[in-house]
Design a protein around this ligand. Structure first.
Ligand SMILES: [Cu+2]
Length: 47
């Protein structure tokens, strides 16, 4: 059975519009480094 886990991080509530890249790194149960990155955009009208 695959065990699902998650990581959460908070960000500022009023981030300026733009594209942000999240670079994450952690280790698996056997100590091997796991890492990756993804991007997301903030685009609110009231700025
Ligand atoms: Cu491994």
């Amino acid at each position: 059975m695959k065990e699902e886990k998650s990581i959460a991080a908070s960000v500022d509530a009023d981030m300026p519009n733009g594209t942000y890249t999240v670079a994450w790194q952690t280790a698996g149960g056997d100590g091997h480094v796991q890492k990756g990155e993804y991007s997301f955009s903030v685009a609110t009208k009231a700025q």
